[in-house]
Write a protein that binds this ligand. Structure first.
Ligand code: CAA
Length: 258
């Protein structure tokens, strides 16, 4: 069985973690495959990615506990690095990535969704960082990204208590942008992706880079990142065509990614 699958639908790529027997838990093999699949995305023809889990029950139920149970200190650190490297690749991937969270998003699953740009979830989704209940810290970025998304107080509460939260609570605290029925989840993710891919791809990528690169800087330095990327758009065909269409009071006829 292929543990990570990829489908191309027009400008949209759908990546599915496909290990439903273990609720899509992430072992080294799955992480390595995810890395390969992301590397293989053709950025000439793909303008947004959707990341989801196979089956109706689970997005990703965390890092693989059977594999982790026997790790030494050095091996634990290395396992963390394997996950962190691929999650960071997703976070900094040039095009937007939408997590369609279809059930359990626990530990590494919550962390995987946090490495995506946008999260939506099904009504049966459950988010949490149960690691301290297993004697470890979150290991794929949870101690860093959760606080950045939901604020430090809520992140600390979730991590220290190892308590899970349901979809509505995840929405209330801003962990997800939308909750929908399980049947509609993928279509909703595609709707968002379609809205993204009809915009100028270079401008969308530059916006992602500006937000990501600026977020950890002070405002004086962050705003310079925006200035440079904003300026770079003015040498694109899409900027010329987009503004010309506006001034001629017509819709732009599709951006060319040039
Ligand atoms: N690792 C390995 N196997 C897992 C798993 C995980 N994280 N989560 C589920 N599975 C396996 C179960 O062992 C079980 O396998 P078998 O059928 O071979 O016994 C199968 O998936 C189905 O799971 P359950 O029978 O437990 O299903 P359930 O519906 O009763 O419970 C659940 C679902 C509440 C998600 C429960 O499986 C669970 O608590 N899973 C672990 C969640 C967790 O603690 N995740 C965090 C891991 S630590 C981490 O992620 C560290 C990090 O930050 C990098």
């Amino acid at each position: 069985m292929e543990f990570v699958t990829y489908e191309q639908e027009g400008f949209i790529g759908v990546v599915t973690i496909n290990r439903p027997k273990a609720l899509n838990a992430l072992n080294t093999e799955v992480l390595e495959l995810l890395n390969k699949v992301v590397d293989a995305v053709d950025l000439e023809k793909t303008r947004a990615l959707i990341l989801t889990g196979a089956g109706a029950k689970s997005f990703v139920a965390g890092a693989d506990i059977s594999e982790m149970s026997l790790l030494s200190k050095a091996e634990g650190e290395n396992f963390g690095k394997i996950g962190n490297d691929v999650f960071r690749k997703i976070e900094t991937f040039p095009i937007p990535v939408i997590a369609a969270v279809n059930g359990f998003a626990l530990g590494g699953g919550c962390e995987l969704s946090l490495s995506c740009d946008i999260r939506i979830c099904s009504e049966n989704a459950l988010f949490g960082q149960p690691e301290v209940g297993l004697g470890i810290t979150p290991g794929f970025g949870g101690t860093q990204r959760l606080a950045r998304v939901v604020g430090i107080g809520k992140a600390k509460e979730m991590i220290y208590t190892a308590s899970n939260i349901k979809a509505e609570e995840a929405y209330r605290i801003g962990l997800v942008n939308k909750v929908c029925s399980a049947d509609e989840l993928l279509d909703e993710a595609k709707k968002i992706a379609k809205k993204i891919v009809r915009n100028a791809p270079i401008a969308v990528r530059a916006s992602k880079k500006a937000i990501n690169d600026g977020i950890s800087l002070d405002m004086d330095n962050a705003i310079v990142i925006e200035e440079k990327l904003f300026g770079s758009c003015f040498e694109t065909e899409d900027q010329k065509n987009g503004m010309k269409a506006f001034l001629e009071k017509r819709k732009v006829e599709g951006f060319t990614n040039k």
